[in-house]
Ligand binder design. Structure first.
Ligand code: NAD
Ligand code: DAU
Length: 359
């Protein structure tokens, strides 16, 4: 049994779906179901006894304590977070609350549970023990700040220099996780990943927003000069890296996850437009790139991220399965095939329905 937090969001849901496609080990999925969490993403698991979705907050100590003592997980994988940089600029409070205070409360609950586990197996069974328990914290490359054009990619020993309220809150949570290991001995692992893309990505983030807006005939808003660089990884490759670190990661270590796919934003938007021109041409025969509109830049916009993932490769032989070309084609096709999912996550009515179902 593992406890996953934030498993109704983009990466968490992909992780849960992949986990249960590979393993029979059950998952308790604790998710607050904010605007970014959608049970519909997990619809294929309805009636599957291996998956239990619980609506709740990682900061709700009573609930988390109860889940831990009832289900006795051997691991906690923490995806739960407020994740969108633009939202963190407009309203940082929720980011502080979930990403910092929530992580603190979660760590304290997990510490209480872990300290009550037996030292070792008495019967050679698979039950959790102090020694085999793991807390894996899912974090971001944004904690390292921004790179200049010719600087080498971030390694695990790069300085922590977050620039947005989002990245500062994630860096704070990473520090808490580190401290809970060094001070209390909690068996933690941290992953710092680059930009993900793929199925179930909420259409406020660059790639899904561009696909959805293009199809709706809307503007494709490119911030500033569009020359900012992000390092892209297909979400299922992030999930495979997390599984590997959970299995074999060295306690207290951080692992960078990335696919060596640095791209300027404007090139990403052109790629999306070209794929749509091929797969779903506009009715008037005009190219989608005509919808590109340069807009005011994001305040404090980080210029470049790039991840050096060689530690993961060296220690575990991990490599991404997708190239950017294969992953982006799959992603565009997925959005073309799932207009209902997009319509539902965008609709206020859907949010009301979620609140009612899980009230
Ligand atoms: P997301 O916004 O799509 O999903 C976040 C999930 O967490 C949602 O289901 C939401 O309902 C849930 N949640 C929010 N607050 C909660 C709380 N207080 N208690 C319980 N659940 C809560 O985010 P994502 O893109 O899937 O990111 C998941 C994790 O991965 C985050 O920690 C993020 O920082 C990290 N990360 C994301 C990326 C990326 O490119 N998206 C890259 C690296 C790391
Ligand atoms: O690097 C990992 C991070 O990647 C994660 O930790 C975050 O949770 C995730 O949201 C993502 O952050 P970014 O800010 O890089 O992602 P976003 O999709 O918001 O933006 C990607 C780039 O595209 C960024 O340079 C801003 C730009 N952009 C974004 C939007 C939404 C635009 O030019 N126009 C847009 O409309």
């Amino acid at each position: 049994m593992i406890l996953v937090t934030g498993g109704a969001g983009f990466i968490g849901a992909n992780f849960v779906l992949d986990w249960l496609a590979i393993h029979d080990e059950p998952v308790i999925n604790l998710d607050k179901l904010t605007y970014a969490g959608n049970p519909e993403t997990l619809q294929s698991l309805q009636g599957d006894a291996r998956h239990t979705l619980v609506q709740g907050d990682i900061g709700d100590t009573a609930l988390v304590n109860q889940l831990l003592s009832t289900h006795q997980p051997r691991a906690v994988v923490n995806f739960a977070a407020e994740s969108h940089v633009d939202r963190s600029i407009h309203g940082p409070g929720e980011f502080i609350q979930t990403n910092i205070v929530g992580t603190f409360n979660l760590l304290e609950s997990v510490r209480g549970y872990w300290s009550g586990l037996p030292e070792d197996h008495r019967d050679g069974g698979a039950a959790p023990t102090k020694g085999n328990f793991r807390f894996l914290h899912v974090s971001t490359d944004e904690v390292y700040g921004s790179l200049k054009k010719d600087e080498p990619a971030f390694t695990e020993s790069s300085h922590i220099e977050p620039n947005s309220p989002y990245s500062a809150s994630k860096a704070a949570s990473d520090h808490l996780v580190r401290a809970w290991h060094h001070t209390y001995g909690l068996p933690v692992l941290t992953t710092n990943c680059s930009n993900n893309y793929g199925p179930y990505h909420f259409p406020e983030k660059l790639i899904p927003l561009m696909i959805v807006n293009a199809l709706a005939g809307k503007n494709l808003p490119v911030y500033g000069d569009g020359q900012q660089i992000r390092d892209w990884l297909y979400v299922k490759d992030h999930c495979s890296a997390i599984r590997r670190v959970l299995e074999a990661g060295r306690l207290g270590e951080t692992y960078n996850v990335g696919g060596w796919n640095e791209k300027a934003n404007i090139d990403i938007v052109h790629t999306v437009c070209a794929l749509l021109d091929e797969l779903r041409p506009r009715a008037d025969g005009q190219p989608y790139k005509g919808q590109i509109t340069y807009v005011t830049d994001r305040p404090g916009h980080d210029r470049r991220y790039a991840i050096d993932a060689r530690k993961l490769e060296r220690e575990f032989g991990w490599k991404p399965a997708e190239t950017f070309e294969s992953g982006i084609r799959k992603t565009v096709q997925w959005y073309l095939d799932h207009p209902d999912w997009v319509a539902h996550v965008q609709s206020g009515a859907y949010r009301d329905w979620v609140q009612k179902q899980y009230a």
